[in-house]
Design a protein around this ligand. Structure first.
Ligand SMILES: N[C@@H](CCC(=O)N[C@@H](CS)C(=O)NCC(=O)O)C(=O)O
Length: 196
């Protein structure tokens, strides 16, 4: 039997998109099991990996026990090594380190902004926090190509701008309008996705 690959995933999962992007790049058509749509697939995944975290690649090979490979970076490296042209496994540019550090930094700036006294300092910290989160989402959008990430990046970037402008006394753009805009954009995005 040739090697059989099955990807466990769910929609909207950034790390799954990374693996699906690599599959598309390599032209590999494999079975994909959505654990949110099918409880049986979810149960199967938990029974074999101990949790419902995706992506996981199931690898079946003749005469070998079935392997369950978690971690998007590892899966991408495996696919590249097994099916790509390059001899050495690619070191994925899409590390999950950047989103993680971005989230920590962004949230920390915003929480410290909540705790400090002094409007100027607070505005500065919130603007910086939103700015960092916007860059983080933009970075994720570039690697995942997901519209959702672009929408969030744009909304956070505009929020950072509006807070900074208000803090500097240049212009007051009501922050909540941006949040309403974001919610509307997310609803539109979800509706379009549901129709597909
Ligand atoms: N480091 C993992 C992260 C995977 C991850 O966080 N997956 C999310 C969905 S995007 C998940 O399954 N979360 C549910 C859980 O952790 O139980 C990877 O790169 O694959």
């Amino acid at each position: 039997m040739a090697r059989k690959l099955i990807l466990y995933h769910f929609e909207g999962c950034y790390y799954c998109d990374r693996v699906q992007g690599k599959l598309a790049e390599l032209g590999l058509l494999i079975e994909q099991r959505n654990i949110r749509r099918d409880p049986e697939h979810r149960a199967e995944l938990i029974a074999n990996t101990g949790r419902a975290r995706v992506p996981v690649l199931r690898i079946e090979e003749a005469g070998e026990p079935v392997r369950w490979m978690p971690e998007s970076r590892r899966i991408v490296a495996f696919l590249e090594q097994a099916y790509g042209d390059s001899e050495a496994p690619e070191t994925p540019v899409c590390s999950s380190t950047v989103p993680r550090i971005g989230a920590w930094l962004g949230w920390s700036l915003m929480v410290v902004g909540l705790l400090v006294s002094g409007d100027g300092l607070r505005d500065g910290l919130w603007a910086a926090g939103c700015g960092v989160m916007a860059l983080r989402s933009g970075w994720m959008a570039r690697s995942s190509g997901m519209a959702l990430h672009w929408i969030i990046a744009l909304a956070l970037g505009l929020s950072a701008l509006s807070i900074a402008l208000a803090g500097l006394g240049v212009a007051f753009i009501p922050f909540w309008y941006l949040v309403y805009g974001l919610v509307a954009a997310l609803l539109l995005w979800a509706a379009r996705r549901a129709r597909r």
